[in-house]
Write a protein that binds this ligand. Structure first.
Ligand code: ADP
Ligand code: ZN
Ligand code: ZN
Length: 744
């Protein structure tokens, strides 16, 4: 292959643009993607990263690269390859893919910062340490502290332990610890909740042993191993399996990435990894959205330099620049949070499988309710299914009651049935016995719409085609799409009638009902409105864990990955609207949510029970959830998907146009549909463009083409050319969403 003549670079200026340079003779053949370069910029030189080798530069006059900085690329080769894959599959250019991988703070880094000493234990020496430190009391104390922390700033270590610098120096002199100069990041060493030494490793149960054996067999097979789909009921010990797989990989000197749906909602999982690794003297890096720019930059370098062996984080942690990757874990693989909502619209679970294959790392996808896509892949043998069928402590899965709301008495005030009699009774009796309950209503606010009973007028958002939600606490109407708000009216804006009715219910209304029917109850409402304040979420969970509250009620926030042994009753209120969304996945989502939230009940000694209130008690999602029948649901749902050619049988590509003029937006997307029909004549069907289910958001009209294809990559070139390349009139936004999750 000829060595490239041009290179496209991302400057370290924080500009969201790429620039082309020529590669001079002297550097030919030495340039790699991901390298840091010095390039001329106006009258000075700046730093930049090589992100692409274009065949032709975008502009006529290009200047020459000055020099290559440092011996190795900032982006490891594996990630450069992954970026290529992303660009081909998710319809973006390579530059955009690389910009996603290389976080802004790293790209825009301008050097500088104070340097400080960083002390870190030398792991391989830990056996030696016990002997060597006999009799050296302070050094032993320092060593233990250091191992628990996994490393720390010298000044901080001194402060934490009261041991002087000489003690730490002695550890370094003995070869037990290393001393490094690093750019100082003050916030990094904040003590985090749950940093306990949980190095205790429980004896595995039979099924867990079997699961690990199968994982081992798979990863040692010739093809490098298929991804493992670890399908285990809630509380069956999946996390323990991840932890021990992680141990095995670390022992081999390889590194790992663990993805969780959302760091802030899975504090217990993160704490367990932290605790276990602290005991193992391995440095772990947690990536989360609350990090400052400096922290993110420092994390990236720490990982890139090989100091952190394990990275745990949400979706974007998949791009952690680890080399020598041995394991990728995706916990709760079915979670919608793994799909990025803006371009490049990647799916982290799918990319994890791709990255694992590219870098020879084994992949474990875990869930109690796997996505249809993953379940089907396991059915076909592309993934290996490993099951955990029993809860660790032998606890029984809870009994699930379906409450038929059609038979419940309507409240006298004309409002919705919030707590049915059976649920009310159960909550009351659990409260008396000092047990805890969860009540889920996946909708925030007081009432989803406000309607005039006389003329029928519904208060809608001016910019979006949706009703506004009434938030009683603040006395306002809010649009849940654009966040527009206004004071709640006290009379109809159309006919002036002074009576308005609040239709449906949100968490605020549920809260009112719970408090009303359970005098003396101690509760917390948990939704994104009530948990806005920093630390509110952690505090609510702690109060609940410590038994200071009896009931936790709220949106799906309460359904995620929590383990509370004292919860014996779970109520699910108002699930029907989610079943009726115009989305082929609505049934799957409801099933997953029901099983997940039901799994929060009865994780201790007292058996749990669950109440699902619905107007459609025979809906398959509800019936299969009632029997915890994941296989049954998958079979039935696959039949429906097959009949319509929906995923996983074909891939969905959602093409969206949105613009300020209805006619113009419509005309543009119709034009595209016609062009595609011409190009693909008879090969791939192109359905009629249609207004999006939410036809207007933020004043923009929205249209969709819902495309179903056998294979993505072959149609991508045509789609990019016909949709992304043209200049559309007005401020038209266009997008191509491959494997779209959000169809509204
Ligand atoms: P899951 O991830 O499937 O929900 P976890 O791994 O969180 O399950 O396990 C549930 C609980 O059981 C946790 O408190 C965990 O510490 C404990 N546990 C897991 N495996 C074992 C084991 N082999 N022996 C004893 N306790 C275990
Ligand atoms: Zn009216
Ligand atoms: Zn709006």
């Amino acid at each position: 292959m000829n060595s490239p003549r041009y290179v496209r670079v991302a400057p370290e200026l924080g500009l969201d643009k790429l620039f082309d340079y020529e590669i001079p003779e002297s550097l030919a053949g030495r340039m790699e993607l991901g390298q840091r370069l010095r390039v001329p910029w106006g009258k000075r030189d700046i730093m930049a990263y090589a992100v692409e080798f274009p065949g032709q530069p975008e502009v006529e006059k290009v200047r020459e690269v000055g020099a290559i900085i440092g011996e190795r690329p900032l982006i490891p080769p594996g990630l450069c390859k992954l970026a290529r894959w992303m660009a081909d599959y998710y319809a973006c250019d390579l530059g955009a893919a690389l910009r996603t991988i290389l976080p802004g703070p790293v790209r825009s880094h301008e050097g500088g910062g104070k340097m400080a000493w960083w002390i870190e234990p030398v792991r391989e020496r830990s056996v030696l340490a016990e002997k060597a430190l006999k009799g050296a009391k302070s050094q032993k104390k320092a060593w233990d502290h250091l191992c628990l922390q996994g490393g720390g700033w010298l000044t901080r270590l001194v402060k934490e332990t009261g041991l002087g610098t000489a003690v730490w120096r002695a550890l370094v002199d003995r070869g037990l610890a290393e001393r490094l100069q690093k750019r100082f990041v003050p916030a990094e060493e904040k003590a985090e909740e749950g940093w306990a030494d949980a190095s205790h490793r429980p004896a595995l149960g039979e099924e867990q042993i079997q699961a690990l054996a199968e994982w081992n067999e798979e990863r040692k097979s010739d093809q490098g191993g298929r991804p493992i789909l670890l399908e285990g009921v809630t509380g069956s010990g999946k996390t323990e399996v991840y932890l021990q797989a992680l141990d095995a990989v670390l022992q081999e000197g390889r590194n790992a990435i663990v993805l969780v749906p959302e760091i802030s909602l899975t504090p217990q999982t993160v704490a367990r990894f932290r605790g276990r690794l602290a005991g193992r003297r391995v440095r772990l890096c947690v990536l989360h959205s609350g990090q400052t720019v400096a922290e993110r930059r420092e994390s990236w370098h720490e990982i890139r330099e090989g100091r952190a062996k394990v990275v745990i984080g949400a979706r974007s942690a998949l791009f952690a620049p680890l080399e020598n990757l041995g394991l990728l874990v995706v916990d709760e693989e079915h979670d919608g949070g793994y799909k990025q909502g803006e371009a490049p619209r990647y799916h982290a679970r799918d990319l994890a499988v791709v990255r694992g294959r590219m870098e020879g790392a084994s992949v474990i996808l875990g869930s109690a309710t796997p996505s249809l896509e993953s379940g089907y892949n396991a059915d076909r043998g592309r993934y290996r299914r490993v099951r955990l069928t029993r809860r660790v402590d032998g606890a029984k899965l809870p009994k699930v009651h379906v409450v038929d709301l059609r038979k419940e008495a309507k409240p006298k005030n004309g409002g919705p049935v919030l707590l049915s009699d059976p649920l009310k009774l159960a909550l009351g009796s659990r409260l008396k016995k000092g047990e805890q309950s969860l009540v889920l209503l996946n909708r925030r606010g007081y009432a989803p719409s406000v309607q005039c009973p006389h003329c029928g007028k519904v208060e809608e958002c001016e910019r979006c085609a949706v009703p506004m939600t009434y938030h009683r606490g603040e006395g306002r109407l809010r649009c849940h799409f654009c966040d527009a708000e206004k004071v709640a009216p006290n009379r109809c804006s159309a006919c002036g009638s002074p009576v308005l009715s609040f239709t449906g219910a949100g968490t605020e209304r549920l809260e009112e009902a719970v408090v009303h029917c359970l005098p003396g109850v101690r509760w917390t409402r948990m939704d994104s409105d009530s948990m806005k304040a920093r630390g509110a979420h952690g505090k609510a969970l702690e109060d609940f864990r410590e038994g200071r509250t009896d009931i936790l009620l709220g949106t799906q926030m309460i359904a995620k990955g929590l383990h509370f042994p004292k919860v014996t009753c779970v109520g699910v209120v108002g699930i029907d609207s989610a079943l009726n969304l115009p989305d082929f996945r609505s049934s799957e989502r409801v099933f997953q949510l029901l099983v997940q939230v039901a799994g929060r009940a009865g994780r201790g000694e007292v058996p749990g029970e669950v109440f699902i209130q619905t107007y459609t008690p025979f809906h398959p999602a509800i019936q299969f959830a009632r029997h915890h029948d994941v296989d049954g649901f998958r079979e039935q749902e696959l039949e429906y998907r097959r009949a319509h050619g929906y995923p996983p049988f074909r891939r969905v590509i959602l093409i969206s146009f949105s613009g300020g003029s209805d006619a113009q937006t419509r005309a543009s997307i119709v034009h595209v549909a016609n062009r595609l029909r011409e190009i693909w004549k008879g090969k791939t069907e192109v359905p009629e463009p249609a207004p999006a289910p939410i036809a207007r958001v933020e004043g923009k009209y929205r249209y969709h083409i819902f495309l179903l294809v056998e294979k993505v990559v072959p149609v991508m070139r045509d789609l990019k050319r016909e949709i992304l390349a043209p200049k559309w009139p007005g401020n038209m936004k266009v997008s191509i969403d491959v494997d779209a999750q959000d169809l509204l």
